[in-house]
Write a protein that binds this ligand. Structure first.
Ligand SMILES: *Cc1c(COP(=O)(O)O)cnc(C)c1O
Length: 391
């Protein structure tokens, strides 16, 4: 039986279940043991070896979802990212990374890589040519994020895969924003797919985890470092994550639909300056997004008209919460300039096109009419406050 041939929601619900042979329960039993038999066993199991029954089961589900041969799960998205990067990079090597990166990844590179003697270059843009231009003799890895945070730029997956193959490099993607529901980079030739499972895989803002999917050979190499670094995930969290992922397909599809509705609503709104969403036909890379994504995702960003105070607007929202993280079933907003991208400094933010008025919107599964009503009342309050100040 080829597990990859099953449909999305069947994989989400069933692949990687731990069979309850004793009681025939409907869900996977949870094995919390940190100590398993050592003598006379085929597999020596231990949580930090990433091979407890629940860990192995969840890895099968994630591999099936990403059309990969194998997967590993980690204690956080950053544990997955750092372990994957360090597997394929050593002192003297060089990596080309996308300019617009998740903040934690940017800090890992800029704060730690010099210590380890690993060279890095950030691209100026997000087109495949921007990456190829920076490849050197010692380059080993190309690292991308598409759709990116917070401007939702789209990079051609097949374009990057082609460059990586031509130069004998490992291509890696942080696929968190798309989720496996909307984008399967391995189908386009990308080598290593990474997720912060804290986001769409968990989906309820109550789990911190990470995942990597790739070939058996690459996952064996990543595992070999992972067991030494020790970033494994507790079985209780693994079990919760398996449960959450059963509904990932329907959650993310609802979020795609809501985000599309909200993007169109904001795009035609008199008080909104600009909307960044790959599902809008005037997005500069709409055609590439349509080619490589099955849905355009639940993330969008927008800017208010100049006369409106973005912070005041954010504070006036009632249903939509201000929140650091993203991808939960509840809608949240954040100001990248004041939070995730604050440490970049004003000049670098300007260079990347991240304005102070930019608001990142993680669209949840609420009724879009209620989200629109919340935005309307917040805009009204923001305008009234603006007029009061002028008096
Ligand atoms: C949150 C996030 C990460 C980091 O994941 P953690 O689980 O917080 O360690 C990495 N990449 C992207 C795109 C993210 O949104």
């Amino acid at each position: 039986m080829d597990k990859n041939k099953k449909g999305l929601n069947t994989i989400c619900t069933h692949v990687g279940e731990v069979k309850d042979n004793e009681y025939k329960g409907a869900t996977s039993p949870l094995y919390m043991s940190t100590s398993y038999a050592f003598e006379d066993v085929d597999v020596k199991r231990y949580p930090r070896y990433f091979n407890t029954p629940n860990q192995e089961a969840l890895c099968k589900k994630i591999a099936a979802l990403e059309h990969a041969e194998a997967a590993l799960i980690f204690g956080s998205g950053m544990a997955a990212i750092s372990t994957a990067l360090l597997t394929f990079l050593k002192a003297g090597d060089h990596i080309v990374l996308q300019q617009i990166l998740y903040g934690g990844t940017y800090h890992l590179i800029t704060e730690e890589f010099n210590k380890w003697g690993i060279e890095y270059s950030f691209t100026q843009g997000w087109r495949p040519q921007d990456f190829e231009d920076l490849i050197k003799e010692n380059t080993k890895v190309i690292y991308i994020e598409t759709p990116s945070n917070p401007l939702l730029t789209i990079t051609s997956l097949s374009g990057i895969a082609e460059i990586a193959k031509k130069h004998g490099l490992i291509s890696m993607i942080d696929n968190t924003f798309a989720s496996p529901v909307n984008q399967n980079p391995i189908d386009f030739g990308i080598d290593v797919v990474i997720h912060s499972a804290t986001k769409y895989m968990g989906g309820h803002s109550d789990i911190c985890a990470g995942a990597v999917a790739s070939t058996d050979e690459n996952i064996a190499r990543i595992f070999s470092l992972a067991k030494n670094l020790g970033g494994s995930l507790s079985d209780y969290t693994v079990w919760l994550l398996e449960r959450s992922m059963k509904t990932m397909g329907i959650r993310v599809k609802a979020q795609n639909e809501n985000a599309q509705r909200m993007a169109e609503y904001l795009d035609s709104h008199d008080d909104i300056q600009k909307v960044y969403y790959p599902g809008l036909p005037d997005h500069p890379d709409y055609d590439i997004a349509k080619l490589q994504m099955k849905g355009f995702g639940g993330m969008l960003s927008f800017e208010l008209k100049e006369n409106l105070d973005a912070l005041q607007f954010q504070k006036a929202l009632e249903l939509i919460k201000s929140s650091m993280s993203l991808a939960g079933v509840e809608s949240t907003v954040l100001s990248p300039a004041r939070t995730s991208h604050a440490l970049l400094g004003a000049e670098e933010r300007k260079r990347q096109g991240i304005s102070d008025a930019l608001i990142r919107f993680s669209v949840g599964i609420e009724e879009p009419e209620d989200l629109m009503a919340d935005i309307e009342q917040a805009l009204k309050k923001t305008k009234n406050a603006g007029q009061m100040q002028k008096r």
